[in-house]
Write a protein that binds this ligand. Sequence first.
Ligand code: NAD
Length: 249
Amino acid sequence: MFSLTGQAAFVTGAGRGLGEAIARGLSEAGARIVLADIDGDAAHAVATAMQSEGRECIAMPLDVRDEAAFARCFDAAVQRFGAIDVMVNNAALTPSTSLWDIGADEWDDVMAINLRGSFFGCRIAGRHMRERKSGRIVNLSSMAGQQASTATGVHYAASKAALLALTRSFAQELAPSGVTVNAIAPAAIRSPVLDAMDESRQRALQATIPLRRFGEGREVAAAVVYLASEAGAFTTGATLDLNGGRFMR
Ligand SMILES: NC(=O)c1ccc[n+]([C@@H]2O[C@H](COP(=O)([O-])OP(=O)(O)OC[C@H]3O[C@@H](n4cnc5c(N)ncnc54)[C@H](O)[C@@H]3O)[C@@H](O)[C@H]2O)c1
């Protein structure tokens, strides 16, 4: 029920961190992968490493803020693999600037990447999947969009909360076409952003997690595989919490 053999998946922000882990997890489940990232070199390096392990994947430079470029990139991926079955909107900026110091440019940039970029990704993939009457879209939200947090900026939190609303709207719109749209809301997963925090802050953060450890990228990947596979076929418009018990509802 968890096999993605014969399918193709498009992952944004796949050049490092959770995007890379998700791309690898989907690939292990059998999917062919498009790794798209504004850092084209990083995406290329991940693709080269995966290819050397026998994985079928391609890398593409992509800035998710640019709708026309996004559509061209997605079309090229469809040409290459015949169709895209799974779309993962993962690319984001995660600044932790105090709300007193966030300037207009930084606010706009976070919204343009985290929210507008995911909107473009849902719409571009949604049109393709609506036509094919099948497909899965997974949006990377965050616990910061569900509960107040000082670890990340208010612009980040607002973009991730709005992404949950966007997920439900696309889920409603695409359900009659057999396309599911879900969100994952992780918190404190091992990644370059978390590793960049100083050690005392990391220890303080860990102490607030009931499971007393950070999550792993492959655990986020497993949740994406579930939502993308036959096992997740009846789940849509949902938010899947991956936070070690920090936010229970
Ligand atoms: N790591 C965590 O604990 C955590 C917790 C909650 C939510 N998330 C979410 O998971 C996702 C991945 O997080 P991460 O920690 O791996 O982040 P990260 O910063 O390590 O990686 C983000 C990737 O997105 C790419 N990117 C940035 N701007 C882009 C653009 N305009 N177009 C295309 N690509 C762009 C970057 O180059 C990078 O490769 C994000 O949506 C984040 O909000 C992560």
